[in-house]
Design a protein around this ligand. Structure first.
Ligand SMILES: [Zn+2]
Ligand SMILES: [Zn+2]
Length: 221
């Protein structure tokens, strides 16, 4: 049987990004998904639940999702993981300038480790599977941990992420949903990057019935 993580979340300003602390119940090692800012709050939460942050995972390279990357890396000594296609937002000075202007926030240092589709990261006795789901950005990924899917800005409850920023494409996003997401087990819990829906979380089964991007574009084209 797959080990299931213990999941905690924080809503971080200025864009109310959901930052998730994903903890292995056996070793108490933790991953922070999308450390959006306020590193002291993230670390206080980890301390409160007795977890030790050993990795920092970015669902994508938008600046609002990565503001605490540098501080957490420095304090915890944990490496930052991001898909190569979004790391250029930070490693390529020209792209960096464009993206910083679009979002009105400074970027982050380049990642320590680059992710690719299908990668499996070990977190204690948990396995974190990387699903490359380009569309919202070229390097957007979802992280699958047991029966949970952390979707960043690819899939929201009843919605999908905007595709009008640098590198975005609604066609690619829909292809990603069709190829990687909608056929996951229906009970898979969806943990989105923002709380834009009727409820903070959903399931793949519910999104297949209620999300208009899935029902109208993918299941009934
Ligand atoms: Zn985004
Ligand atoms: Zn976002």
């Amino acid at each position: 049987m797959t080990t299931e993580p213990v999941i905690h979340s924080l809503s971080i300003p200025p864009f109310d990004v959901n930052t998730y602390l994903v903890v292995c119940p056996e070793t108490k090692e933790a991953a922070v998904i999308d450390p959006a800012g306020q590193p002291e709050r993230i670390l206080a939460l980890a301390e409160e639940v007795g977890a030790r942050v050993v990795m920092i995972l970015d669902t994508h390279g938008h600046a609002d999702h990565v503001q605490a990357n540098a501080a957490l890396r420095q304090i915890c000594g944990a490496p930052v993981y991001m898909h190569a296609d979004d790391d250029r937002f930070f490693s390529d000075p020209q792209t960096r300038a464009i993206v910083e202007r679009e979002l009105g926030l400074p970027g982050a240092p380049p990642a320590d480790r680059l992710l690719a589709d299908g990668d499996i990261l070990k977190l204690g006795s948990l396995a974190i599977e990387v699903l490359h789901t380009p569309g919202h950005t070229p390097g957007s990924v979802c992280f699958r941990v047991g029966g949970n899917l952390f979707t960043g800005d690819t899939l929201f409850v009843g919605d999908v992420g905007r595709c009008d920023l640098t590198g975005g494409s609604l066609d690619r996003l829909l292809e990603s949903l069709a190829a990687k997401i909608i056929d996951l087990p229906p009970e898979t819990v969806v943990w989105p990057g923002h709380d834009y829906g009727e409820t903070p979380t959903s399931t793949i089964g519910r999104e297949r019935v209620e999300n208009p991007y899935i029902t109208d574009f993918l299941l009934d084209p």
